[in-house]
Write a protein that binds this ligand. Structure first.
Ligand code: ADP
Length: 208
């Protein structure tokens, strides 16, 4: 970056935008293997938050690769750059007063740490969507594991590219044992305790 680029402070700041929206800005970052359930859980949580009047935006790993990150592949360096860019977009979203939900495999600890570090304190919630590889391979909603099996995809996380499990995530979801509804309830409970949900919350119905 050039020395001549100087940060310009503007009169409307994050606090003003958050007050207007009457909510605490936040980045809820879902990490886990492909098919562990990140997008499904993030999407369902966003739906509930939106119904309750919160202002949100869901950044989805597959979707950003159609635009913002379409020049990037899956080498270690490109994965890092993917997360760096998305982290910056998440930061801008939170700065605009939104609750950002970000669903990215984000396999490397260092990259997740970098996103945490660019956000104001207490505005990054790491959610580990934890399902064993065998369960993910069985779910395989996009047929990606089948493609890996046929040798059509290389450097796939969990197979021939590493996934570094979070060591101290704010929320650890056992996505094998919990249903989507139960996972949502864990997240609502956490957000309630963290003071993000202003008027309390109703747990979603869990079928027997
Ligand atoms: P990711 O975003 O982690 O790649 P997806 O959400 O796209 O994963 O896919 C997960 C798949 O697993 C979906 O088809 C979802 O319906 C299914 N699934 C089955 N059980 C669960 C569960 N308990 N939690 C989350 N997803 C589940």
């Amino acid at each position: 970056m050039s020395d001549n680029v100087v940060w310009h402070s503007h009169p409307v700041d994050q606090q003003a935008r958050a007050e207007q929206k009457q909510q605490m800005p936040l980045v809820i970052w879902f990490t886990g293997l492909s098919a562990s359930g990140k997008s499904t859980i993030a999407g369902a949580l966003e739906q509930i938050l939106t119904q309750q009047g919160y202002h949100t935006y869901l950044l989805d790993g597959d979707n950003v690769r159609h635009g913002l990150c379409k020049d990037l592949g899956f080498s270690d360096n490109d994965r890092k750059e993917n997360i760096r860019r998305v982290g910056e977009v998440a930061r801008l979203g939170a700065d605009s007063g939104l609750i950002i939900l970000a669903a990215f495999i984000s396999p490397f600890r260092e990259d997740r740490r970098l996103v945490r570090d660019i956000l104001p304190k207490d505005q990054f919630v790491e959610v580990f969507v934890d399902a064993p590889l065998a369960v993910c391979q069985q779910r395989d909603p996009k047929g990606l594991y089948a493609k890996v099996e046929r040798g059509e995809i290389k450097s796939f996380t969990g197979i021939d590219s590493p996934y570094e499990t979070p060591q101290a995530p704010e929320v650890h979801i056992d996505a094998q044992a919990l249903s989507v509804a139960e996972s949502i309830n864990r997240l609502l409970e956490y957000l309630h305790q963290a003071g993000v949900l202003k008027a309390g919350y109703e747990p979603v119905a869990v079928s027997a």
